[in-house]
Each structure stands twice: as C-alpha cells, then as structure tokens.
Design a protein. Structure first.
Length: 145
C-alpha cells in the first residue's frame, strides 16, 4: 500500500480500502497460510511533517495445529496505527509494516481446539479421532511389557 503525500490535505482524513493478496506480501509461512485476499481498511491524515495511518485488516487464515498437525481455519483481525515522519518524502509505502504486523499476529503455538489431544508419540495416531493400541496413546501411564 502506497500513500502519496501530496494527495492528503492538512488535518483531513483520507479513507482507503484495499484487497491484500497474500502472495504479494509473502504471508504464507510455515503453519499459516491465507487462501484468499485479506481486506484492509485504512484512515490516513497528515499534520505538519507527520503522517498517521490507522489500519484494520481481516481475513481467513488456515493454520496447522501445533499438537495434532490438522489444518483449521481462523478469522484474523488486526488493528494497528503507524506513524511516519514525512519531511522531504513524496510517498510512504506501508507494505513491510503491514506484513510484519500480520506475521506477528501468528501465535508461536496454536491449537485447533483448546482440548486438542495431539498425536501419539509412539504410533502417530491422531488422538482427537481415534484411540491407539499403544500404552502411551490410550491414556495409560504404564509401560508395555
């Protein structure tokens, strides 16, 4: 997203709406991907030599559960406010800040559901869907003899 400074009038808000294509922002990383464009709404205003941009982004992301590795969808919503010193600038490009904020929204560990039981460490069965025959997967704490 690029804002041309001379298009903004002093102390007046300007509204923007854009569709962010995930591939343009390199957003599909590891266990998070965006199957569809994200919706961006922004409000920008300048005063003296400063530019302030308030942004709201939303869209659906597909995550891989950190415990069972199943994919699931989750709505992502992010609000941010960016400030720039625009002295001597003709325009400001917000792409890298927008990308960073979206990626920072991704939790380090994300679960498909709060009570996800994960995978059996012995046989790899998804314990949310089935009970395995292993002593570890069935919930028993005893060792196989």
């Amino acid at each position: 997203m690029k804002i041309v400074i001379h298009q903004l009038k002093e102390n007046q808000n300007m509204l923007f709406e854009e569709s962010l294509r995930p591939e343009d922002y390199d957003l599909n990383i590891g266990v998070m991907r965006f199957p569809q464009p994200l919706r961006l709404e922004a409000e920008a205003w300048k005063s003296d030599e400063d530019l302030t941009v308030r942004i709201h982004i939303e869209g659906e992301a597909v995550f891989s559960c950190s415990s069972c590795l199943e994919e699931f969808n989750k709505l992502i919503e992010k609000d941010m406010t960016l400030h720039y010193d625009i002295k001597g600038l003709d325009s400001v490009t917000l792409d890298s800040e927008i990308r960073e904020e979206i990626i920072l929204e991704h939790p380090i560990r994300i679960l498909c559901r709060e009570d996800c039981r994960g995978l059996c460490p012995q046989c790899g069965a998804n314990l949310n869907r089935q009970t395995c025959a292993c002593s570890r997967g069935s919930g028993s704490t005893g060792n196989k003899v």
